[in-house]
Design a protein around this ligand. Structure first.
Ligand code: TYM
Length: 342
C-alpha cells in the first residue's frame, strides 16, 4: 500500500502514571514538539485507559493526567496546532481496540517483551487488559489512520505489532483500509539510561529516584543527581567509537547532545579529553537551563485546572471528527448493521 494515500498524520501517547522523566522528555515529548507544524497533523494523547492495566489510585490518576497535559503544553505543544486528548474521552479508541482484540493472536501478545517484563512470573494474576495492551495501542494509532508515530526505542516492538494488526485486518477483509504506520525513533536519546546503571533504562518504576531526572525536579536536585551519576575513571573520548563499552559515559554524552540539539560527534569535538569532573557541571547547567522553565510552566498551568479540562474537552471534540467516521467505516467493513434514523 502506498503511504501517500493517507494524510500525513502523527499520533503518540504517554501514560499518566506518575512523574515524567528525562527519558520521556527527550525520547518522546521533545520529538512531539519537533513534529508539530506544517508537514503533519499532530495528535498527542494521555493514555489513561492504558494506565489502568495496572492498579492506579483514582485520585492520583486524575492528577497525573492533568499534570501530563500541563507537561505537554509546558514542553511546547500548542493545543491549537496539535490535538491534545485523554484517551478515555474519545470512545472510538476502546471500540476499535475490541475489533483488534479479535484480529490479533494470543501468540503475538505472548511474545511482547513489555508483557513479559510487566507480568513477570505472576502472569496468571496480571490483568487481561495488560495482556491486550498492544491491541489498544494499535487502535490509538489506527483510529486516526496515523502515518507516523514518534516514540522511544522501548516501543518499537509494539509498533511492529501495530503494523501486523493493520496488515492482517486488511488481508482478512480484503481491503486497503489501515495504513502501515512508520515508527519514528530518531535522535541521540531514543533510549535514555538510568543515571545509576548504564545497562538499565531510565524509568519511572525504578525504586531509586537518583536514577532519573524528573521534569518536576528543581535545579539543586538536577545538579545533585548529575554530580552523583555513575561514570568511569577515563576522560571523555574525542570520537563516538571511544564510547563503546562505556555505557554510562555514552548515556551522559547522549543526554547532552539531545538537550543541546547537537550530534554526538559535535559534542565530543568540544568536550573530548575533559574529565567528568569538568563535564558533569556543564551537563547540569545545560539540563537546568532546558528543564527548569518547563517545570515552572507546569506548576503555573496546574493552578488553572479548569483551563486544562477545557483543552482536553476541546481536543476530544476535534479528535472525534476524525475517529467517528473511521470507526464507522471499520464497522461497515466488519459487517455491523449501522443505526438508522428513527
Ligand atoms: P510510556 O508512557 O512508557 O512512555 C512515553 C514515551 O516515552 C518514551 N520513553 C523513553 N524514551 C527514551 N528513553 C527512556 N528511558 C524512555 N522511557 C520512556 C517511550 O518510548 C514513549 O515514547 N505504550 C506507550 C504509550 C502509548 C503509545 C500509544 C505510544 C499508548 N498508545 C500509541 C505511541 C502510540 C507507553 O507506555 O509509553
Amino acid at each position: 500500500m502506498s503511504e501517500s494515500a493517507f494524510t500525513p498524520r502523527v499520533f503518540s501517547g504517554i501514560q499518566p502514571t506518575g512523574n515524567l522523566h528525562l527519558g520521556n522528555y527527550l525520547g518522546a515529548m521533545k520529538r512531539f514538539v519537533d513534529m508539530q507544524g506544517a508537514d503533519f497533523e499532530t495528535i498527542y494523547c494521555m493514555v489513561d485507559l492504558h494506565a489502568v492495566t495496572v492498579w492506579q489510585d483514582p485520585k492520583d490518576l486524575m492528577k497525573s493526567t492533568r499534570e501530563l497535559c500541563a507537561g505537554f503544553i509546558a514542553a511546547g505543544i500548542d493545543p491549537e496546532k496539535s490535538i491534545l486528548i485523554n484517551q478515555s474521552q474519545v470512545p472510538e479508541h476502546a471500540q476499535l481496540a475490541w475489533i483488534f482484540n479479535c484480529v490479533a493472536r494470543m501468540g503475538w501478545m505472548q511474545r511482547m517483551t513489555q508483557w513479559k517484563d510487566k507480568a513477570g512470573k505472576n502472569a496468571q494474576n496480571a490483568s487481561l487488559g495488560l495482556f491486550a495492551y498492544p491491541a489498544l495501542m494499535a487502535a490509538d494509532i489506527l483510529v486516526y489512520h496515523a502515518t507516523h508515530v514518534p516514540v522511544g526505542e522501548d516501543q518499537k516492538q509494539h509498533l511492529e505489532l501495530t503494523r501486523d494488526i493493520a496488515i492482517k485486518f486488511n488481508h482478512d477483509y480484503g481491503v486497503d483500509f489501515f495504513p502501515e504506520t512508520e515508527p519514528v525513533i530518531e535522535g541521540a536519546a531514543t533510549r535514555v539510561m538510568s543515571l545509576r546503571d548504564g545497562s538499565k533504562k531510565m524509568s519511572k518504576s525504578d525504586v531509586s529516584d537518583a536514577s532519573r531526572i524528573n521534569l518536576t525536579d528543581d535545579a539543586d536536585a538536577i545538579a545533585k543527581k548529575i554530580r552523583k551519576a555513575k561514570t568511569d575513571p577515563e576522560a571523555l573520548p574525542s570520537e563516538a567509537n571511544g564510547l563503546e563499552e562505556r555505557p554510562e559515559a555514552r548515556n551522559l554524552v547522549n543526554i547532552y547532545a539531545a538537550l543541546n540539539e547537537q550530534s554526538v560527534d559535535q559534542v565530543l569535538a568540544d568536550v573530548g579529553g575533559k574529565q567528568f569532573s569538568e563535564f558533569k557541571p556543564m551537563l547540569a547547567d545545560l539540563a537546568v537551563s532546558k528543564l527548569a522553565p518547563i517545570s515552572t510552566e507546569m506548576a503555573r498551568l496546574m493552578d488553572n485546572q479548569d483551563e486544562i479540562d477545557r483543552i482536553l474537552a476541546r481536543g476530544s471534540q476535534r479528535a472525534r471528527e476524525i475517529t467517528v467516521p473511521i470507526l464507522r467505516k471499520t464497522y461497515d467493513i466488519v459487517g455491523m448493521v449501522p443505526p438508522v434514523q428513527l
